[in-house]
Design a protein around this ligand. Structure first.
Ligand SMILES: Cc1ncc(C[n+]2csc(CCOP(=O)(O)OP(=O)(O)O)c2C)c(N)n1
Ligand SMILES: *[C@@H]1O[C@H](CO)[C@@H](O)[C@H](O)[C@H]1NC(C)=O
Ligand SMILES: [Mg+2]
Length: 582
């Protein structure tokens, strides 16, 4: 009796009381199932962060808005609902633009909430005044300021919905300083329900029939699995299609793990060869620079592409498809499956194409193994990744960025689960790693998965958001950062050669632009905040420090792995097209 009376009182109070703009924003985000907010507070949005916490949203204070926005977008990719990024006016918002652009390029949902100067000071040179709604247009799918407090819940709902529906991306909601603390009677604010997951669309049946005719006529078929398939959670039907039809598949960098990298049909180890397919079933991947635009010499000039994409505007980019299947990846794959099951069609296992692919894979892995099994100090990239790969748990989330570090790591570190690889992505952005790792660690902890987040960084890549190690220490996120340290961007100088530079003249005129300080102690950045830091020079040190880090669930670790600054990768087949300067 008493309990229900107490609840009744609370209920009356909540509908009668006045609410602030800050509360409305926070409650609207919560109502839209936004679980995480990353940001940096200041005037005018401190109250928004506090209201978010009061509404039950987890707030993570970051050290730069760029990293905050990277983190919020990674939550969007990992959970399917956007994370929120909260920023102050002017420079705070400008810092977040990098994260919005990256999210838009990757097609990941994220909602940015920006405070702005008071409306009655617009055009007067107000503190941090900037045309924020206009500025965000180029970096988002939707950018608006609610016209009144009453409109906040519906504008937030529209923003969240827009970030998820169609091709996902970044959205921006502006809130002026005066709106943050202004009040309105709650009874005047219309309640807006949580927007459901995007409705599922399916391909035209005629196009499905066309696609099947092309697939069945293929001599050298290949499935390419992109991160659109990962985002669309298409792993179940995709596995059935690959296994049921006996087709070889190649994942794009973040398509890795949709099907496990050690699946017998995965031909990633013969990538160049596989791209010579005569029929490509393109699933949630774009024919952009990562896939060499679908053009020769990397692709067969007569390749028939069956393009499966959620986004109509993507169809036909660079290559006109032989069949265009517009729709949700999982749903379209199910449509294809239904047809191939009817005819019991299967690509034979004893074709020339399969033997060619298998031969090439064996040769490539032999070459990689030889590099990995060298025992030299300083180590090379292959040695480092070989030992890391042996110790990483199968279910860990791998975050990776750098040039050589990311490229070589991508081939040597396997993913076994979908959405467990986060990297520089479509936009090739350096500096994303620590924000992504923080987001992934928060999500894993929130879902109680017991899964580890391992962040493998080039020394240059690490520097972009290095101060976020403090964030990891503050929230006790047990991320393991491995800095593969070659003293520079792509390559560097050893300490001795660097020493001679100073004798050659002013360092700003003689030091190679790729150089970074030799043997920099990135491990001490981590120990400065109470995390574990390790300086690693040998294979034994690498193994023991990684094992110790994996046992510690209380705090983050950083392994500063000093490698040969001139260590490079194996010869590529098309060196003039290998954009290692990604
Ligand atoms: C935001 C941004 N700035 C600059 C670049 C250019 N860039 C490409 S890779 C890279 C860093 C590569 O060095 P490192 O992370 O140390 O990896 P390594 O190749 O040395 O292993 C840079 C600066 C970029 N991709 N993104
Ligand atoms: C809000 O509006 C309701 C309904 O009109 C009214 O009963 C209540 O007193 C108002 N609350 C305040 C704080 O003005
Ligand atoms: Mg480097």
């Amino acid at each position: 009796m008493f309990t229900s009376f107490a609840l009744w009182t609370v209920f009356c109070k909540t509908i009668m009381e006045d609410v602030t703009g800050a509360q409305l924003i926070a409650e609207a985000l919560k109502a839209q199932d936004v679980e995480y907010m990353f940001g940096i507070v200041g005037v005018p949005i401190i109250e928004v962060a506090m209201a978010a916490q009061a509404s039950g949203i987890k707030y993570l204070g970051m050290r730069n808005e760029q990293a905050a926005c990277y983190a919020a977008s990674a939550v969007g990719y990992l959970t399917g609902r956007p994370g929120a990024c909260l920023v102050v006016s002017g420079p705070g918002l400008i810092h977040a633009l990098g994260g919005m652009a990256n999210a838009n390029m990757n097609c990941w949902p994220v909602i940015v909430i920006g405070g702005s100067s008071d409306q009655n000071q617009e055009t007067t040179g107000a503190f941090q005044e900037f045309p924020q709604v206009e500025a965000c247009r180029l970096y988002s799918k939707f950018s608006a300021r609610p016209s009144s407090l009453e409109m906040i819940p519906s504008v937030v709902e529209k923003a969240v919905r827009t970030s998820m529906y169609g091709r996902p991306g970044a959205v921006y909601v502006d809130i002026s300083g005066d709106m943050v603390n202004a009040k309105v009677n709650r009874s005047k604010v219309r309640e807006v329900l949580c927007c459901p997951h995007p409705p599922v669309s399916m391909a035209d049946n005629v196009a499905i029939t066309e696609a099947l005719t092309v697939i069945k006529g293929a001599k050298r078929p290949l499935l390419i699995i992109g991160k659109g398939a990962a985002h669309g959670r298409a792993e179940g039907p995709l596995r059935e299609l690959v296994e049921g039809c006996g087709l070889p598949f190649l994942p794009t960098p973040m398509g890795k793990g949709v099907l496990p990298d050690d699946h017998p049909n995965c031909v990633a180890a013969a990538r160049s060869r596989a791209l010579q397919a005569d029929v490509v079933l393109l699933l949630g991947a774009r024919l952009n620079w990562i896939l060499h635009f679908g053009l020769p010499p990397r692709f067969d000039p007569h390749v028939k592409v069956i393009q499966v994409d959620l986004c109509a505007e993507e169809i036909g980019n660079n290559v006109r498809p032989a069949a265009a299947l517009l729709g949700d990846i999982g749903a379209v794959v199910k449509q294809l499956l239904e047809q191939v099951r009817k005819d019991r069609w299967k690509y034979p296992a004893d074709t020339e194409w399969w033997s060619m692919l298998k031969e090439k894979m064996a040769a490539n892995s032999k070459m990689t193994k030889a590099l990995a099994l060298q025992v030299t100090t300083p180590m090379n990239y292959y040695q480092v990744f070989h030992h890391v790969a042996q110790l990483l748990p199968r279910d860990c989330v791998i975050v990776s960025e750098g040039a050589n570090t990311m490229d070589i790591g991508r081939t040597m570190l396997h993913n076994y689960l979908p959405r467990h690889r986060l990297d520089a992505g479509t936009f090739g952005t350096m500096g994303v790693g620590l924000g992504f790792a923080i987001a992934a660690a928060a999500v894993q902890r929130g879902q109680n998965t017991g899964r580890r987040v391992v962040c493998i960084e080039g020394d240059s890549a690490f520097g972009f958001s290095g101060m976020e190690v403090e964030t990891m220490c503050r929230y006790k996120l047990p991320v393991i950062i491995i800095v593969v340290n070659n003293n520079g961007i792509y390559s560097g100088l050893d300490a001795e050669t660097w020493g001679t530079m100073e004798e050659m003249g002013d360092l700003t005129t003689v030091a190679p632009p790729v150089s970074l300080l030799p043997d920099a102690r990135y491990d001490e950045v981590m120990t400065a905040f109470g995390g574990r830091g390790f300086l690693v020079r040998t294979e034994a040190e690498l193994q023991s420090s990684l094992q110790l880090s994996l046992q510690d669930w209380e705090r983050p670790s950083l392994l500063n792995v000093l490698i040969d600054p001139s260590s490079d990768r194996k010869q590529q087949e098309f060196p003039w097209l290998t954009r290692s300067n990604l």
